[in-house]
Every structure is written in structure tokens, then in C-alpha cells.
Design a binder for this molecule. Structure first.
Ligand code: FES
Length: 125
């Protein structure tokens, strides 16, 4: 079974790299590994679990702030169901709902309250 390494980078704590099977979400993998990640609905509607793609590890090694264009999260993740809490623009800016996201590449994702604050409230809240 294919795995992808997803590194969760926190502004307030240690970074953790999680091996995520292709048929499990990032949230499921963090729970299996005993790593805390905020969540609520687990269905893509509340935005609690949001992260932002920083880099793809396979050939695209730009760090945050070093690139002109944001990374499109579609290159790194597919979804179990539609990510209703994100707009198309937010998805294009690299935001991803980790409770329903399957990784499709090794990547680094920023997580934590600052990312949550960047996106704002869910339109469904
Ligand atoms: S936990 Fe609600 S959108 Fe992920």
C-alpha cells in the first residue's frame, strides 16, 4: 500500500512527520500515531482541522514566503467528500481540510490556530 509522508508544521510546537496510507485521511493517520490535531465535524463543514500546504516534497521544495504563487492543494490531496467549508479561492491558495483529505504526495502542511485564523469562520457555522 502506498504511503505518503505528511509533515505537520506547528507555530507553537514540534513538527511531526506522519506516514499516511493512501486510503486514510491525514486526521485518521495522526490519531493512529497519537498526534494531536484539532477537529470537530470530521466531514469537511466546520473548518476546525484546516491546514495550509507549504511544499510538495517531490520536486517542489519552495518554502513559505519564497514563492510567487501559492501551492494548489489539489496537487497534494484528494478528498473523501467535497470540502464544503473552503471556497475555491481558499483551495487554490493551498488550504486543505485534513479530516477528509487523502495525501497524494509527500508534503509539508502548516497547522495550528494561525492557519485557522487566516481562513475565518466556516460558511456553515
Ligand atoms: S473537522 Fe470539520 S472540517 Fe475538518
Amino acid at each position: 500500500m502506498t504511503e505518503h509522508d505528511v509533515t505537520l508544521e506547528r507555530t507553537d510546537g514540534p513538527n511531526r512527520t506522519i506516514a499516511v496510507d493512501e486510503d486514510e485521511t491525514v486526521l485518521e493517520a495522526t490519531q493512529r500515531a497519537g498526534v494531536r490535531l484539532p477537529y470537530d465535524c470530521r466531514s469537511g463543514t466546520c473548518i476546525t482541522c484546516v491546514g495550509r500546504l507549504l511544499a510538495l516534497e517531490d520536486g517542489d521544495e519552495s518554502g513559505e514566503g519564497e514563492r510567487d504563487q501559492p501551492l494548489d492543494a489539489a496537487a497534494a490531496f484528494t478528498y473523501r467528500r467535497p470540502p464544503q467549508a473552503l471556497t475555491d479561492d481558499e483551495r487554490a491558495d493551498g488550504y486543505v481540510l485534513l479530516c477528509i483529505a487523502y495525501p497524494r504526495a509527500n508534503c509539508r502542511v502548516k497547522v495550528g490556530p494561525r492557519v485557522r485564523a487566516e481562513v475565518g469562520d466556516s460558511p456553515w457555522a
